[in-house]
Design a protein around this ligand. Structure first.
Ligand SMILES: Cc1cc2nc3c(=O)[nH]c(=O)nc-3n(C[C@H](O)[C@H](O)[C@H](O)COP(=O)(O)OP(=O)(O)OC[C@H]3O[C@@H](n4cnc5c(N)ncnc54)[C@H](O)[C@@H]3O)c2cc1C
Length: 359
């Protein structure tokens, strides 16, 4: 994933550089157009972030930042449809309009082909094929089932799989017919309690599996996984987001972005990872080496560097602005933790044993 992200950044920077150097208008416009296919949460986050980031990068090369186009393409007529974030649609749509470059929506269309210099799509119910000239297409329209799972078709019968082909597991996350095999996260569907493919679900299920493995070695009954969604967090541009905590509290703007960053930092595997990522993040917040969003009217080529006095003043203000929310964020981390007692609820006495039963 990291490799792909770096490759995408290089490609985008290369497009911007070539756009700033060409006098061919059609070529320049296709270099400055980014198509994102799929208006689920990944497509929404990607579109909103690029609509802030690309103008900043391009402002260092050219004044024509208004030629940048970010086009979000979706098969359905609504963004975020069927997702846990569906109720945040209006907030996302508002964010689209208020990015440095407003995001264009192409909804209800079906992408038919992706080429290096264009994509072809068909409006729903239509017969004609339309073309969008672009040298960057980012595909965010769903994930594929892991090939390993697909290759297990002879061991896992069709009736033990959901419609995507993922194997069903019992509430205690044991594979049907193979109680000594556990599966969770994106590669399994818990019977009777289908969960969205989210990291927070995988984390909680992972903890239950660890507990159940120990329980089985001790001859104790495994526990049912009681996954609790703690809300959702979405990035809606640089320094902007929405945090929906426990479906009760909704926070938008910069505070939501801070909560999102802090929550992901909290999920890193070791304190060392945590320390390194926190340091990087705080450095970025203070110095904005990577990006520095500004309204279009203020963006002029080469206008980014600040004077030493301005930089010092800004650093001081930002340090104060970060320390105060940090105290709040630490409290928020604790609030977001699901107490272990809530996660571990006893399952029905019939669920699973160490004995392998026939498939
Ligand atoms: C672009 C994108 C954005 C997302 N954003 C969010 C978000 O903002 N919030 C959120 O909660 N969730 C998000 N998700 C979903 C989240 O990433 C997944 O739900 C979560 O990672 C699932 O965890 P997992 O352990 O089941 O699978 P994974 O995290 O995919 O881990 C599976 C691991 O198994 C390894 N593996 C695969 N096959 C084999 C094999 N044959 N042998 C050995 N190892 C193997 C893989 O390399 C990988 O390391 C996002 C997903 C995507 C794709």
């Amino acid at each position: 994933m990291r490799k792909e992200a770096i490759a995408l950044e290089r490609h985008l920077r290369d497009c911007l550089l070539r756009a700033s150097q060409t006098s061919n208008e059609s070529e320049r416009r296709s270099l400055l157009t980014v198509a994102i296919v799929g208006a689920g949460p990944t497509g929404v986050e990607m579109a909103a972030t690029l609509a802030d980031l690309l103008p900043y990068w391009y402002a260092k090369l050219s004044s024509k930042i208004d030629e940048i186009r970010i086009v979000l393409i979706n098969h359905g007529k609504d963004i975020l449809a069927g997702d846990v974030n569906a109720h945040l649609q209006d907030i996302a749509l508002h964010a689209f309009k208020t990015r440095i470059v407003p995001i264009e929506l192409l909804l209800g269309v079906s992408v038919k082909a992706v080429h290096g210099d264009r994509i072809e799509y068909q409006p729903a119910g239509g017969t004609t094929i339309a073309t969008l000239k672009t040298q960057t297409t980012i595909w965010t329209a769903g994930t594929a089932v892991n090939p390993l799972i697909e290759h297990l078709s002879s061991q896992i019968p069709a009736e033990h799989r959901d419609r995507r082909g993922l194997p069903f597991v019992t509430p205690s996350l044991q594979l049907l017919g193979f109680p000594d095999v556990f599966a969770a996260g994106d590669c399994a569907t818990a019977q009777g309690q289908r969960q969205p493919a989210l990291a927070q679900v995988a984390y909680q299920q992972g903890a239950i599996i660890a507990h159940n493995l120990i329980a089985l070695t001790r001859g104790a009954a495994p526990l049912s996984a009681q996954v609790k969604l703690r809300g959702t967090l979405m990035k809606l541009g640089l320094g902007n987001g929405v945090a929906n905590l426990f479906d009760k509290v909704q926070i938008t703007g910069k505070p939501a972005d801070l909560i999102r960053n802090a929550t992901y930092l909290e999920m890193l595997p070791t304190p060392l990872h945590d320390f390194k990522a926190t340091t990087e993040w705080l450095k970025e917040e203070l110095f904005h080496h990577y990006h520095k969003p500004k309204p279009v009217s203020q963006l002029t080529p080469q206008a980014i560097p600040l004077s030493p006095a301005e930089r010092q003043q800004r650093t001081l203000v930002k340090a104060l602005a970060i320390l105060a929310p940090l105290a709040f964020l630490i409290a928020a981390y604790n609030g977001l933790q699901t107490p272990p007692a809530e996660r571990l609820k006893p399952s029905s006495p019939t669920a699973g044993s160490l004995t392998k039963s026939p498939p």
